[in-house]
Design a protein around this ligand. Structure first.
Ligand code: NB4
Ligand code: NI
Length: 194
């Protein structure tokens, strides 16, 4: 009825405490190996499945808009991002890409944070607080075909990409939460996104 085979389940997601989440991932070489191609497709399929209510419910998938290779135990610079459309009359995603070897080459001074804070498929506990990030970023990455891209992202998609790129460098979202005052915003110009 919905989609094909389920590739990754919650059981496959590495949880906080596993050293792979704290390692700096290895650069990926091109052409992609068959294993890496499958990994890229499987990660994107997890996101698609997890955003399909019937499937996320049936298989107990936590919904996700991003997934980084270290989260499935592979220490490589690869992450899937699927930011769905916010227009009910158009289901074209805002951003859908497997980003490989991504680097943030420049960013705004202006900070941003999600009003509800962040969650992570690899972190079972809830850590409340603002995760302050760059509001606008320029990211250089390669796609699955090895084509090089340099794109600008802002607000929500920029936050998602920063969360994923952080994973590739061994960082978790709660590292960025102010321990004493989790909901303080030192910069008055922070864009808070609902
Ligand atoms: C990555 C995100 C955490 C904050 C913001 C949000 C969800 C994740 C983690 C920034 C990146 C996964 C990867 C959501 C979610 C909104 C869109 C579409 C329909 C449900 C879905 C729910 F699921 N975070 N989960 N966490 N991560 N928005 N949405 N909705 O995606 O750990 O490293 O399906
Ligand atoms: Ni995460």
């Amino acid at each position: 009825m919905f989609g094909g085979t389920i590739l990754f389940l919650m059981n496959d997601i590495v949880r906080d405490g596993d050293p792979v989440l704290r390692a700096v991932a290895k650069n990926v070489e091109f052409p992609l190996s068959d294993e890496d191609k499958k990994l890229a497709h499987d990660m994107m399929e997890y996101l698609e499945n997890s955003q399909t209510p019937e499937l996320s419910e049936k298989y107990g998938l936590r919904p996700g808009v991003g997934l980084a290779a270290p989260q499935v135990g592979v220490s490589e610079m690869m992450a899937a991002v699927l930011v769905p459309s916010n227009d009910e009359n158009d289901d074209t995603p805002v951003f859908k890409e497997v980003i490989i070897n991504p680097v943030i080459v420049s960013h705004s001074v202006q900070p941003t944070a999600l009003s509800e804070g962040e969650g992570c498929l690899s972190v079972d506990k809830d850590v409340p607080g603002y995760v302050v990030r760059h509001d606008r970023i320029t990211v250089r990455y390669q796609d699955m075909n090895g084509e090089k891209h340099q794109i600008r992202l802002r607000d929500y998609p920029a936050i998602v990409c920063q969360h994923e790129i952080d994973h590739l460098n061994g960082h978790l979202y709660y590292d960025l939460i102010n321990k004493k005052e989790p909901f303080s915003l030192p910069d008055k110009n922070t864009v808070v996104i609902d």
